[in-house]
Ligand binder design. Structure first.
Ligand SMILES: Cc1ncc(COP(=O)(O)O)c(C=O)c1O
Length: 441
């Protein structure tokens, strides 16, 4: 029987959509049926400017030929190879390419299938690393309020977004949270805010409370994206690094959003010149095209496991699809595209233009803060009294009607376009957004 190729299915009930207002969506579906470069195409034939790189992941833009061809070729050549006790060349090539792009000192790469899995992997490696070195009492994990580290149990335990945690029981034991870094005195700061480095000192309080010998790792997003784009205050990450080093605690940067060019450098660790012990990545690794994540570690962490008889598995962890051939091919083609097209450089050179365009929205109705760095930006709106999130969600729906894709979280509009954007498209984006904001109740 011929497949029904109608781009708009007539039954939406079976698919329980993730992080979506399902009932609202199914009454007025918003369907993308195609994409190219900076634009999506909707089922009703419109071209929508992608202001969010999909979900912060399509850094090279959409349907890029090199990536598409690599996937097609790989699918025909070697579709799958067992991830455990067997290898295939492209996973090794990609691990080397990621290492070469990463800050010096990040030398080993463990593949996962998503940002959430990268976080679980890094947290497990942290605890197991201390145990392998004979410090098995180091099991506590420290995250941060408003942190987003995916949706699995480890990630929501160290994460600090209340709605992502409160429905799901007691979570992991032995977790503490640093205070978030959102300070009202930093409103409308361009780039890194002046105030707030002192918030890192809370780590000393938590360490003193439990004893350093019980703490395995601190995990933070160097720039917090999903909570609504919070920049690290000047000196804050440096201070976290110092305190972690002083107490033998591993510092994990969750670079799932900041990795692969978002801030104009390959990674936020380069951008802020602060080196963690591990980095979690996903999203831009394959341009969002095929699910894949990676955890990067220092040799000190990796080598702590490479002990004992050589026939034994060193780390009892991994996924059926770790380093999957098609994902690896997509990753290699993605990194080549970034390099060949100078996309990180494009992000860095357009950042001042982006910043000016974003901050031109300052005096529009309901705007209470604007934040930016690299090709990322946030516009925070005053919530409607008694109806939090509604104002921003209305802006999202109205922007879509005007052929612009934005993302909202709470009452914050987050913007993170593909790094291939140009000045005319930045003007288009902020022209449309400005019209949306002016018309908001
Ligand atoms: C910092 C960070 N960590 C982890 C994740 C989870 O990634 P995924 O949705 O691929 O599981 C995200 C997703 O937005 C993220 O921003």
């Amino acid at each position: 029987m011929a497949l029904d190729r109608n781009p708009v299915p007539n039954d939406l009930s079976a698919f329980w959509m993730p992080f979506t207002a399902n009932r609202q969506f199914k009454k007025a579906p918003r369907m993308f049926v195609g994409a190219s470069g900076m634009y999506y195409k909707t089922a009703d034939g419109r071209e929508v400017l992608d202001g969010t790189a999909g979900l912060w992941c399509c850094n090279a833009g959409h349907c890029r030929p090199k990536i598409t061809e690599a996937i097609q070729k790989q699918a025909a050549e070697l579709d799958y190879a067992p991830a455990f006790q067997m290898g295939h060349p492209k996973a090794f090539e990609l691990a080397s390419a990621v290492r070469d792009m990463a800050p010096e000192g990040m030398e080993h790469v463990f593949f996962t299938n998503s940002g959430s899995e990268s976080v679980e992997t890094a947290l497990k490696i942290a605890i197991a690393y201390h145990r392998a070195r004979g410090e098995g009492s180091r099991t506590r994990l420290i995250g941060r309020e408003r942190g987003y580290h995916g949706v699995n149990f480890g990630g929501i335990s160290v994460g600090g977004i209340v709605n992502n945690r409160k429905m799901f029981g007691t979570l992991l034991a032995g977790v503490d949270h640093l205070p978030h870094t959102h300070l009202p005195e930093n409103a409308f700061t361009r780039g890194q805010p002046e105030h707030g480095a002192h918030l890192a000192e809370d780590l000393e309080r938590i360490v003193a409370l439990h004893g350093a010998e019980t703490v395995a790792a601190v995990i933070v997003e160097p720039m917090a994206g999903s909570t609504g784009v919070l920049m690290p205050p000047k000196g804050y990450l440096e201070r976290l690094r110092e305190i972690c080093t002083k107490h033998g605690i591993l510092l994990i940067f969750d670079e799932v959003i900041t990795g692969f060019g978002r801030l104009g450098s390959a990674f936020a660790a380069d951008h802020f010149d602060v080196m963690p012990d591990m980095m979690t990545t996903a999203k831009g690794l394959t341009n969002g095209v095929i699910p894949m994540g990676a955890v990067l570690t220092t040799p000190a962490i990796h080598d702590a496991f490479m002990q004992g008889p050589e026939h034994l598995i060193e780390l009892f962890h991994g996924y059926t699809y770790s380093g999957n051939p098609i994902a690896s091919a997509a990753g290699l083609a993605t990194l080549e595209t970034y390099r060949e097209e100078g996309l990180f450089e494009n992000a860095a050179s357009l950042a001042p233009y982006w910043e000016d365009a974003l901050h031109s929205l300052k005096d529009l109705p309901h705007v209470i803060d604007i934040r930016n760095m690299g090709l990322i930006g946030a516009v925070e709106l005053e919530p409607i009294a008694g109806e939090p999130t509604k104002r921003a969600f209305t802006a999202f729906l109205n922007a879509y009607d005007k052929n612009l894709l934005i993302r909202t979280t709470g009452d914050i509009i987050a913007l993170s376009p593909p790094l291939m954007i140009d000045k005319a498209q930045i003007d288009e984006l902020f022209g449309k957004l400005s019209d949306v904001l002016k018309a908001l109740d």
